[in-house]
Structure formats: structure tokens, C-alpha cells
Design a protein around this ligand. Structure first.
Ligand SMILES: [Zn+2]
Length: 754
């Protein structure tokens, strides 16, 4: 089902995919939006403060109780109480279900104990069944049995009427509430409206046959998405390189030493065993390794082999992607839309694919001349370095040469930069921001026995001197085996008003993958990691400062094309000297980061900014095209991607490669990837008009908090944005909304003579 928890499930947000050529897509940012009442220290509890979660099988009880409570609420709603009560009870159902979904999601991604992870998996499957199982129970039941996923039989015996997705009692109640809107507050009216729309997006208004098909398609879609992700992990690809001297020392730790017999020498020569074998290295071309290899290896051939291999796996995902496109298309058609893109974008600010395409073409045109110019500069640099006057520039050259150009122009050494960002100082930076911007403080608070999932986890309360605690934040910062490898914001509980005097405080977790551990003093971040930390922190603030009446609208539970705006805005803080000087200190001398160094970092950032922006536009175009209107004869995705690359970027396409098979943003963001570009434009305008003059002032923070962040999804996004900076942040166009690109163009100096 997509309604009651619609704003949660798709909240699996990540950082834009940077591409295997110059960064590491596995280090994606993902955020997830779910509280935990503050505990008396010493009193034992379960995971995240939920008493049920004291042991792995507590998840079963957690689901049982969530279903029981929801069932009670459904029967309460069926008596058709006052409209405001209907909406309040609907929101409680959503909150109850979300607690399970969100905690299971965090657990699956971070818990070191397999048993907890397995139980969390089962819990999330069961709760999903409860939400959007097919009305033909046997279909799904046998499907899961076949996969031996051991779903509790009882969960199939609730009866179709109980599945929330297709529950006509709830739908009718919501419609009644929407019609009697004079009884409701503005936020409740909005909730009634969106609940009704969300029910309909789940197909409740369709005939039984069609609804069955919709449910079946939704299940197939989640299965295909799961397989796509699994394949990426199972099949990272590898290439063997001989001799070992072709690989620079700086990447040896990422490689596996391998040996081969050296034919000719061996048999005749009596040598110790080791010297009879030639040593080489195996590069596993998972995105992280690939990115390091492409950046650090000077041997063109090695980079080429690694690039081609890494961008040609997993082959199995070509078929999965075709099926996903066909399944989503069929779903959209049953719902009465011409394409999945049209279906999925309807509730967003953009509102239609045509609006998004016009935006992408507009910004693509602005960026092209500069991206071409950057391409020529890199090509000339390569020619100069290699002494070949006519050498072509290939995609496997980009990361290597741009990084050389940056360091030679700005004399930047990433280890020098990192020496100013010891992790504890970076956390200090987050504290400085909340204090200066919002007059609030983070306090470390003890975790109750059972509440934590790993000894590295810290818990902070966000405390305001007049308002008291505003919310709670778990920090799980260090990389470890079996943990989700990216950077993510998970909400564990959304904020909501419980009564006139009580407010359920939001609880979130930031999950990062820095090297080191809580007891080590050596963790230092490179600047990309700091920027990522600030990005995720933007999501966390959106949740923590939210004060909506309903958790349905809490914090990050907003339309997709607004969701990345706060996080993109907070990235700016990681680049501003006035902010950095408040916390960035050298790990041994304590010296504040020199302004000159920050200037160099900013300069290096701008050097290939157009190339990066063009890449994001290209990704968004792929996403729009794959899930857009389908031609009568389906085209294979690789040729679509190749054509778009030739048409819209300055770079060659390498025949035979199909990097889209690792582009997992196509799953959660299907037809929504453009949202990153929307966020980039909105954030640029907000930064210039509101923050740039004095980024750490209480005035700036108060505006951000009271006009944007605290409203979550409870108000129209366009009015929030206009309210914050006045006119000039967005434009209405063909029935939808596009961001104004002036600020971003100004920042990147696009449209000026080169
Ligand atoms: Zn994000």
C-alpha cells in the first residue's frame, strides 16, 4: 500500500548518484524517516526504546500489537465519528504501522546480530502484507511459501476487509471527512485530501479485478527491486591485473593479491615457490573500489579494463530492469495514466513529466557550453601529460585527470584537508549550527540497557532552553562489517500532536560509515564525508524540528521534489569559511582551518561543476525516459542510455557497457530523480537570499525553522518556499512548478561568456 505509509516507504532517500567515474555510489546517502520516549537511565528497554524489542522475536509481538491496535482503530473509524476524530485515528494507524516499518528498516540496515535482522525482515514483510496484500490471499500466500520466507500463516487470515490498502470503511470515512471540511483545521483538511488521494493511488476505487491486478503488480515491483539490489551485491565483477607493479601502493589495500604461473620460466628453473609465480592483483569492481581505481591508477589500460567491467555488471539486471519498466507501466495504465512517470509525478510539485522535461532541457542548455569547455580542458591536459597530441578523452579518464588537475591547480592534499576534520570536531560543528541557528543544544544522554544496537551508538537530545526537548537523535557513525555501507537518515518516529498539552517527539538516527570506532581518536573525515554528514543532518533537522499535528506530514514526509531541499541547503554550510572556522581544527596542533585552504577547496569544487551538473541532468533524463511513455516496440535500456549520453553530455558512450544496471536510484526514485536538481536549485536560492549574508544567525535559523522546517508536509510546498525567500524561487509552468534556475546559474557562472 502506498497511502497510510506512503510517505515513509519511499523515504529511502539517497545522495545523487555520482557515477562510477569519480565517486562512490555505494556511499549513497539514504534517509529514512521514525521516537522513543525519554527513558529514565538504568531502566531497561528494547531497541530504540521500544519495550517489545528486547529480543529478536520481540518483533513478532511488535507486529501483532500494531495490527491489533490498527484493527481497533479501524473499527472505531467505522462508527463514523466526527471528521477530526477520523483523521486523528487514521494518523494513529499510520503512526502505529510506521513504528514497525521504520524500526525494522533501521534494524535490517544496522544491527550486528543476524537474528535481529532476520526478525526485522519478517516483521517488515508481515506488516507489508497487512497493508497491501492481494485480496486473493492464496496468490500471495503460496508465492511466499514457495520462496520459503516463512510468513506467519495467521497474517493471511485477517480477511480482505482488514487489509488497509483496500479497506473501504477507511476510504469512505476519509471521503466523508474531506467533504465535511468546515469541521477541520487547515492541516486536517490537507490530511483528509491526501489520504483520499493516496487511497485512490492504491487503486481502491477500481473494480475488483483491476484492484487485484494492481496489488499483484505492486508486489512484483517490490520483488524486482529486491532482486535488482541483491544482484548488485552478488555480482560486483572483477578484473585481474598482472604484474602487480601496475597498481599504485595507494590502492593495494583495496585489492586482492593473486598469483599465476609464469610459463616458460617455471618448469626448467628450480626456484623457490614464490618466485616461480607472478604476482598480480584482482580488482573487485564494486562501485567503491572502482571509484578509487579510476581516480588513482595512472595506467590507462588498467582503468579502461576496470571501467568496462564495473559498468557491465550485473548482467542479470538488464532483464530485471526491463520487467520493472513493463510492470510499472502496466500499473500506471490501469490507474489511467499514460506512463509511470505521469502517475508518480502527479502529487509532486512538478505534477507532470512535460514540466520536468522542460526544466531538464532548460538547465541542460545552460550548462552545455561550460561542460563542453571543461571537457576540452581535461582532454588538453591529458594530451599534454601523455605527450600524445590527438589522444581522445574517454570516460575512464575523467576521475584520474580531474583529480590531478584539481590538486595541481590548488595544491590540495586531501590528507591535509582531513587533518582539520577529526570526527569529534565535526560533531561539534553540528552543535554549533543548532545553537547559532535555533538557540538549541545537543546533550549527550545515556542509552538505557537494551536501547542501543552497537557500542558505538550515541544518543543526543535536542534541547531548547524555553521549549524543552525537541527530539532525539541516535548517531551510528562508524563503518563495520554487515552494516549498510552508505550514509543515511532514518526516522524512527515522526512528531505528532497527541493532545492539547502532549507532543510525540521525533526520533531519528544518522547512520554513517566513517572509518574508526568510538574509542579511537583517529577518525578524520575527508571533505566529501563532512559534506555528506551535513547533508544527512539537514534531513535530521527537518524531522527533529517538525511540529506538525500529524505524523503523516512530519519532517521529511513531504512530496519527493521538496524532500532534498533542506539537506542540499545544509551542504552549503560545509563549504563556508565562517561556519568551518567555528569547529574545524587541526587534530594535533588545534589550529583553526586556514581561510586560504578553504578558498582552495572552494576553487577545486568549482573546476568541474558543470560536468557534474550535466551528469545529474543526464541521469534524470534517463530516469524520465525509462519510466516515461513507452514506444509500441520496447527498446532496450542500453541503447536508450547510449543515445541520451551522446545527445546530452559531452562524453562518449562505451559500447557494450550498461551502467544503468547498478543505478539503483531507479528503484526508489522511479521517475523522481529530477528531485535532486529541484533541490539543488531551491537550495541555491535559499542560500543566496537567506543564509549567505550571515549563515549562523538566529534570524536565519528562525526563518528556516518557522517558515520551512517545522511544517514538514503540512503546507503547500510552493507556499513554504515562497514564504521563505519571497518571489523568485520558483515558477509556475504548464500546470506544474519548476525551480527558478537563476541562483544556481549565478553561483556556477553559467550563461556568462567563457
Ligand atoms: Zn538526501
Amino acid at each position: 500500500m502506498w497511502h497510510l505509509i506512503r510517505r515513509i516507504v519511499p523515504n529511502l532517500r539517497r545522495k545523487p548518484f555520482i557515477g562510477s567515474s569519480n565517486s562512490d555510489p555505494t556511499r549513497t546517502r539514504l534517509y529514512y524517516t521514525s521516537v522513543v520516549a525519554p527513558r529514565q537511565s538504568g531502566a531497561s528497554t528494547g531497541l530504540y526504546g521500544f519495550d517489545h524489542l528486547k529480543s529478536p522475536n520481540g518483533f513478532q509481538r511488535f507486529v501483532d500489537e500494531a495490527i491489533e491496535r490498527s484493527t481497533e482503530l479501524v473499527s472505531y473509524i467505522s462508527a463514523m465519528p466526527e471528521s477530526s476524530e477520523i483523521i486523528r485515528a487514521m494518523d494513529e494507524i499510520s503512526d502505529t504501522v510506521c513504528s514497525v516499518v521504520d524500526s525494522a528498516e533501521l534494524c535490517r540496515n544496522t544491527h550486528p546480530d543476524r537474528e535481529f535482522v532476520e526478525e526485522a525482515n519478517k516483521a517488515s514483510m508481515r506488516i507489508n502484507e497487512y497493508l497491501h496484500v492481494s485480496t486473493k490471499e492464496e496468490t500471495i500466500s503460496s508465492k511466499y511459501k514457495k520462496k520459503s520466507l516463512k510468513v506467519d500463516e495467521d497474517s493471511f487470515n485477517l480477511g480482505a476487509a482488514m487489509y488497509l490498502n483496500t479497506n473501504h470503511t477507511l476510504y469512505d470515512a476519509v471521503r466523508k471527512a474531506e467533504q465535511e471540511n468546515h469541521l477541520l483545521t487547515e492541516e486536517a483538511r490537507r490530511a483528509a485530501h491526501y489520504l483520499r488521494v493516496d487511497f485512490e493511488r492504491g487503486g481502491i476505487h477500481l473494480s475488483a479485478d483491476k484492484l487485484d491486478r494492481v496489488n499483484q503488480l505492486n508486489i512484483e515491483i517490490s520483488q524486482l527491486c529486491r532482486e535488482f539490489n541483491e544482484n548488485i551485491i552478488i555480482d560486483p565483477g572483477s578484473v585481474d591485473i598482472f604484474p602487480s607493479s601496475r597498481m599504485p601502493k595507494s590502492v593495494h589495500h583495496l585489492l586482492k593479491p593473486i598469483y599465476r604461473s609464469t610459463p616458460g620460466i617455471l618448469r626448467e628453473t628450480v626456484l623457490p615457490r614464490d618466485t616461480m609465480k607472478e604476482k598480480g592483483f584482482r580488482i573487485t569492481t564494486d562501485p567503491q573500489n572502482l571509484s578509487s581505481v579510476l581516480q588513482h591508477v595512472s595506467d590507462d589500460e588498467v582503468r579502461k579494463m576496470a571501467y568496462i567491467q564495473g559498468n557491465s555488471v550485473p548482467v542479470a539486471n538488464l532483464g530485471i530492469l526491463d520487467k520493472l519498466i513493463a510492470t510499472r507501466h502496466e500499473l500506471a495504465q490501469i490507474m489511467g495514466y499514460r506512463s509511470y512517470a505521469e502517475f508518480t509525478m502527479k502529487p509532486n510539485m512538478a505534477s507532470s513529466p512535460a514540466v520536468v522535461m522542460s526544466f531538464l532541457h532548460e538547465i541542460g542548455k545552460m550548462v552545455r557550453p561550460r561542460a563542453d569547455e571543461e571537457f576540452r580542458k581535461i582532454r588538453d591536459f591529458k594530451r599534454e601529460k601523455s605527450g600524445r597530441e590527438s589522444g581522445d578523452l574517454e570516460p575512464w579518464d575523467e576521475a584520474y585527470y580531474t583529480s590531478l588537475m584539481k590538486s595541481s591547480t590548488y595544491n590540495l592534499d586531501s590528507s591535509v584537508v582531513a587533518s582539520y576534520f577529526p570526527l569529534p570536531q565535526c560533531i561539534e560543528g553540528l552543535k554549533v549550527m543548532v545553537e547559532s541557528l535555533f538557540g538549541a543544544r545537543f546533550h549527550s544522554i545515556p542509552l538505557a540497557p537494551g536501547e542501543s544496537w552497537h557500542e558505538d551508538v550515541l544518543k543526543l537530545s535536542l534541547h531548547h532552553p524555553e521549549e524543552g526537548d525537541l527530539g532525539y537523535l541516535y548517531l551510528d557513525l562508524y563503518s563495520r562489517k554487515g552494516k549498510y555501507p552508505g550514509f543515511a537518515h532514518f526516522a524512527i518516529k515522526g512528531g505528532r500532536r497527541i493532545s492539547e498539552t502532549e507532543y510525540q517527539l521525533p526520533v531519528v538516527a544518522l547512520v554513517c560509515n566513517f572509518s574508526g570506532s568510538r574509542n579511537s581518536s583517529t577518525a578524520r573525515l575527508n571533505h566529501w564525508e563532512l559534506e555528506t554528514l551535513f547533508h544527512e543532518f539537514g534531513h535530521a533537522l527537518h524531522s527533529l524540528l517538525s511540529r506538525t499535528d500529524y505524523q503523516h506530514f512530519s519532517g521529511t514526509r513531504v512530496v519527493l521534489d521538496l524532500a532534498e531541499t533542506p539537506s542540499n541547503l545544509f551542504e552549503y554550510f560545509a563549504w563556508d569559511y565562517r561556519v568551518l572556522k567555528t569547529f574545524a581544527r587541526h587534530y594535533s596542533t588545534g589550529e583553526i582551518i586556514p581561510e586560504k585552504l578553504v578558498k582552495s577547496m572552494q576553487g577545486a569544487r568549482k573546476m568541474f561543476a558543470a560536468t557534474e551538473l550535466q551528469r545529474q541532468i543526464f541521469y534524470a533524463l534517463i530516469d524520465q525516459t525509462l519510466f516515461g511513455e513507452q514506444p509500441a516496440t520496447p527498446r532496450d535500456t542500453s541503447s536508450i542510455v547510449a543515445d541520451l549520453k551522446r545527445q546530452y553530455t559531452s562524453w562518449n558512450h562505451v559500447e557494450g557497457t550498461h551502467w544503468q544496471t547498478r543505478f539503483n536510484h531507479l528503484l526508489n526514485y522511479g521517475a523522481g530523480y529530477y528531485s535532486y536538481l529541484y533541490a539543488k536549485c531551491f537550495a541555491a536560492t535559499i542560500w543566496q537570499k537567506l543564509c549567505q549574508e550571515d549563515p549562523l544567525s538566529l534570524t536565519t535559523g528562525t526563518a528556516l525553522r518557522t517558515i520551512l522546517l517545522q511544517h514538514g508536509g503540512a503546507r503547500e510546498p510552493a507556499s513554504l518556499l515562497n514564504g521563505l525567500v519571497g518571489e523568485g524561487i520558483l515558477r509556475h509552468c504548464n500546470g506544474g512548478i519548476v525551480p527558478d534556475i537563476t541562483s544556481l546559474c549565478e553561483e556556477m557562472k553559467l550563461g556568462e561568456n567563457i
